[in-house]
Design a protein around this ligand. Sequence first.
Ligand SMILES: [Zn+2]
Length: 62
Amino acid sequence: MPLEIAETINPGIKDRPPKAYGRRIGCDRCGRKRGIVRRYGMHVCRQCFREIASEIGFKKYA
Ligand SMILES: [Zn+2]
């Protein structure tokens, strides 16, 4: 899992306690609870993931 990408999306993610991950339910960006993508340390819905992906030039995910 490339941590640089996670850092780009969530600055300071490395400083957060790992435990906080299991407690988050909704998307980090919009709070949506469906279609969550947990990838590269992110926790966002598919829709936000696509927006983020285009922002950072990550276009593999369609
Ligand atoms: Zn979202």
